[in-house]
Design a protein around this ligand. Structure first.
Ligand code: IPM
Ligand code: MG
Length: 368
């Protein structure tokens, strides 16, 4: 298979972890005889410094031509005081919109070795394995007007959704549930918001098309609570953009570290942008200690969702699990009696595991 991949390192540790994903993909290409072409472009604060905009046209054009995009992270204190059109986050929102990446998938699964690092009791968190499906290109993030009025003393943001926008994300979530444990929780605030009432109606209409999936509706506030008290209740959660942003950060720490969690942002045709859920971590940037696992697992999601390379994706996931099971960990993780390693060593351990597995053996194992 031959594919064109655009790398957007962005800012802070984004620049360090993107290289880790690239190394892992080189190893996968060697083992499975694929050709991946890489092209690097700027986004976020780095793009502001170089080109005066968080999302240069050249970046958008390159991403539009690519089969998939890998993004590191954007943001940092250097740009915090900038006016809103010159904030690094604008680059991220802009590329999501420009590529119509409406479906954001954030899988959250606990690793046995890290259970003790969870802020929750091990017995509460141990069977957690959930997928948050977040609508990503509409809602409060993109509704207009969004502005200050009355000399800055009045503000307005708009929560806007069309039926079509809700239908397509709800379909994605039902389909995701069908290949998991067939349970869907649709999260809204239908006791207050008009947009949530339409959301709920659409989920009710759609459920007849997916009779194998059990659906429940839940309010966002009680879902926030249940994620802490009973996270293993959930299989797939589907929700609008802002609720999904908040719930996914909450859910991400359940399993011990934000440094472990990948995400996929998909368009209808499978083109996708893949990025860690964590941010640019300016406090540890440039030190070579960032955890590359979320980025590496994001590359695995790219292989699975955009390229349909399930064996290759699973091999990366097994590699990460095996490295952690052997006790290796970066500074954000604690493994008692384990060995602390930096970004480069962690990446090498994952690559070595991949190389140590003969590709044909894996295929046999994966089908076994
Ligand atoms: C995320 C981030 C972004 C979002 C920010 C950086 C704009 O928090 O991907 O969850 O709010 O979508
Ligand atoms: Mg967020």
């Amino acid at each position: 298979m031959e594919k064109q991949i655009v790398l957007l390192p962005g800012d802070g540790i984004g620049k360090e972890v993107i290289g880790a994903a690239q190394e892992v993909l080189h190893a996968i290409a060697d083992e499975f005889h694929h050709t991946f072409h890489f092209e690097t472009h700027e986004i976020g604060g780095t793009a502001i410094d170089l080109y005066g905009t968080p999302l240069p046209d050249s970046t958008v054009e390159a991403c539009k031509k690519a089969d998939a995009v890998l993004l590191g992270a954007v943001g940092g204190p250097k740009w915090d005081q900038n006016p809103s059109h010159l904030r690094p986050e604008r680059g991220l929102l802009g590329i999501r919109k420009a590529l119509d990446l409406f479906a954001n998938l954030r899988p959250i699964k606990s690793f046995k070795k890290l259970l003790h690092s969870s802020p929750l009791k091990e017995e509460v968190v141990k069977d957690s394995d959930l997928l948050i499906v977040r609508e990503l290109t509409s809602g409060l993030y993109f509704g207009t007007p969004s502005e200050r009025r009355d000399d800055g003393n009045t503000v307005v943001d708009t929560l806007f959704y069309t039926r079509k926008e809700i239908e397509r994300i709800v379909d994605k979530a039902f389909q995701a549930a069908q290949v998991r444990r067939n349970h869907l929780t649709s999260v809204d605030k239908a006791n207050v918001l008009e947009s949530s009432k339409l959301w709920r109606e659409i989920v009710e209409e759609k459920k007849a098309q997916y009779p194998d999936v059990t659906v429940e509706h839940a309010l966002v506030d009680s879902t926030a609570m249940k994620l802490i008290t009973n996270p293993s209740h959930f299989d797939v959660i589907v929700t609008e953009n802002m609720f999904g942003d908040i719930l996914s950060d909450e859910a991400s720490v359940l399993t011990g570290s934000l440094g472990m969690l990948p995400s996929a942002s998909l368009r209808e045709d499978g083109v996708g942008l893949y990025e860690p859920v964590h941010g640019s971590a300016p406090d540890i940037a440039g030190k070579g200690i960032a955890n590359p696992i979320a980025m590496i697992l994001s590359a695995a999601l790219m292989l699975r969702y955009s390229f349909k390379l399930e064996n290759e994706a699973s091999l990366i996931e097994s590699a990460v699990k095996s490295v952690l099971d052997s006790g290796f960990h970066t500074a954000d993780l604690q493994i008692t009696g384990g060995q602390l390693v930096g970004t480069a060593e962690m990446t090498k351990l994952v690559v070595d595991y991949i190389k140590s597995q003969n590709a044909s053996t894996c295929i046999l194992e994966c089908y076994a």
